[in-house]
Design a protein around this ligand. Structure first.
Ligand code: ZN
Length: 338
């Protein structure tokens, strides 16, 4: 009960990549880089085990970016044709690659790195992949003509990748869909259909991570504009509760999300964000325990997985480590009291 997990990403160590950046450049090359990624992943696996996290991830340390690294393995994308695009409904502009032909996946993308991580631990492992809607909000389209059609094409590729990850021993496949918290009508019209296509036939537990984004400046500014009560989740939770996805995440630490929205997800397991992804402060175990107890006003502890609010890529390494330890310690406080 109250098994802990994390949203997915953890900081890459400063000897491997430029720290505290979303797409920080690698500091190594060639074989040294490949060995460095493995060493960084092994260190995070041991940190998670020692902290007492129950469902582990590779920290996504093999990837420079949670969407673009996947896209580098997909054919049909012109990486050199850059299009300036407003991301998350124009919250910020980015130069992104362009889809110029039918999409295909000529070879597995993350399966080798997952096999390596699987060899390191007996504990349950979750593997994260970008969700189809979020991919479509991170790349320009000059081929499909509609985001929904392009999302279905990506969902098929994600499904093939996920099936191979499950065959290699993944216990949970999670799709990251921060865009779900922006395009509410699209989620209801085709976003969940795309997710269903991505999980079709998977024999493992499935999850979707939805959030208010990393603790980067653009997101912090956006969150400040959302008012005292963040009710965005209400627009999509009814359809998600009716979906075939097993686990849904939400931000509960240091956020203005009314905890009553959890009551909508009455048939799901909830990844309850109990540590924020702020770069400057580590929650105490008691604060984590208080957040979990607050969630228990609406959800039985059997359906709660204490979790991080979002990925921790852009925050300092030691802060992320401290947050992991507080997350596990806070969950233990509550577990011991039940
Ligand atoms: Zn997130």
């Amino acid at each position: 009960m109250l098994e802990t997990t994390i949203a997915g990403s953890l900081p890459r160590p400063d000897w491997l990549a430029e720290p505290e950046a979303l797409k920080g450049a690698w500091k190594l090359t060639g074989e040294a880089l490949e060995q460095g990624k493995q060493r960084a992943a092994e260190q995070w696996i041991r940190h998670q085990e020692r902290a007492g996290i129950d469902i582990l991830t590779d920290g996504e340390v093999f990837r420079r970016h949670f969407v673009h690294t996947f896209l580098e393995g997909v054919d049909g994308i012109d990486q050199d044709t850059k299009t300036v695009m407003g991301i998350r409904d124009n919250r910020y502009d980015l130069e992104v690659p362009t889809v110029t032909a039918a999409l295909s996946r000529p070879a597995p993308i993350h399966v080798d790195e997952f096999r390596f991580v699987r060899s390191l631990t007996e504990r349950p492992l979750k593997f994260t992949l970008p969700g189809p809607m979020t991919i479509c909000d991170t790349i320009a389209d000059a081929h499909y003509g509609s985001r929904a059609d392009m999302a279905m094409a990506f969902a098929d590729l994600l499904n093939a990748e996920a099936k191979e990850l499950v065959a290699a021993g993944a216990d949970v496949i999670q799709f990251d869909e921060p865009a779900f918290n922006v395009f509410f009508d699209d989620v209801n019209e085709w976003g969940i259909d795309a997710l269903h296509r991505a999980i079709d036939g998977l024999t493992c537990t499935t999850a979707v991570h939805i959030c208010y984004g990393y603790g980067i400046e653009e997101n912090i500014r956006w969150k400040a504009s959302l008012g005292d009560e963040w009710r965005q989740y209400e627009r999509i939770f009814p359809a998600l509760n009716a979906s075939r996805i097993d686990q849904i995440s939400l931000e509960c630490a240091d956020s203005h999300v009314p905890h009553s929205v959890m009551a909508i997800l009455k048939d799901k397991v909830l990844m309850v964000g109990a540590v924020a992804v702020t770069p400057d402060r580590i929650e105490t175990p008691e604060e984590v325990a208080a957040t979990i107890r607050s969630a228990m006003d609406y959800v039985d502890p059997e359906r709660i997985l204490p979790c991080t609010n979002c990925g921790m890529t852009p925050i300092p390494y030691d802060i992320a480590l401290g947050k992991l330890q507080s997350l596990a310690a806070g969950a233990k406080i509550v577990r011991d009291s039940l």
